[in-house]
Design a protein around this ligand. Sequence first.
Ligand code: PHE
Length: 334
Amino acid sequence: MNLEELSQLKETAISEAKAASNVHEIEDVRIKYLSRKGVMPSVMKNLKNVAPEDRGVFGRTANELKNELTTILATAKDSMASADADASDFDFTLPGEWKNTGKSHPISMVIDSVVEVFSKIGFTVAEGQDIEDRYHNFEALNTPMYHPSLDQLDTFWFNDSQLLRTQTSPVQIRVMESQKPPVRIVTPGRCYRRDTTDATHSANFHQIEGLYVDENVSLADLKSVLAYFAKEVMGKDVKVRFRPHFFPFTEPSVECDFSCHVCGGKGCRVCKGSGWIEIAGAGMVDPRVFECVGYEGVTGFAFGMGIERIAMIKYGIPDIRFLYENDARFLNQF
Ligand code: PHE
């Protein structure tokens, strides 16, 4: 090959490189000229056959050609990649990508809002433990093992002394053991009972417990706190009533009902015709409980309510099982 042939080669090679319009063509040109068995290496090998006086110019021209081809092909490839990124051949008729964002479960939403209502009047949150012992779940709550209420609280036992807590009430004991009065806490959490699951029962459910201990706390304080809570959660028209009841760890004990949110108290299917919905168990802390934790000279009230029950009322959920199935079609409604 002589100088003239080289300059012809240069012209064709560069115009081929410039004409390459997609990644495949670019790669073809690269292989043809620049690969190990391509045109350019053989041109270089041919250098020794070039007339000695032309060798300098020939070598320089061949090198320039090689560099120029490399640059043209690299630039073309780069601009093609960014054109891809510009989505020049993006199919706008394809369905979009759905991104699911997480959010709070209705049970967590109810816990958060109940905690917020009580925090406005000075209650702080305390947490207990799901695995409790017999002493904190029963005995310190004035519920000896032979007590008939144990039949109702059908318990999951690990062994003779450890169990899954049947109520959040043991947190009352743990908090009073660990601090001096006054106490003003709410404690949300999971509870476990050997209940058969149906539309309103689940073996694993949530409660929120409240405890207020100080000098001269009275039943009137309990009533006003629960009435305040009712209005915050259900609106100002809700009515509240208290019925005498029995709990081993409160005396006197009451059950607290809210007027039915569906019929406003007239009586309907939801309240089973009574006009009232049972919300909380409550009462004045039994002196035997204070004895167990070494509190003296104070009185207090406690209450406990089911979170699922409140969620079902607040959102009109007909079956407790919806709350545990994690069906996105259900959860997305909240
Ligand atoms: N722990 C009781 C229950 O699970 C509710 C309760 C709490 C009653 C606090 C009185 C005081 O039924």
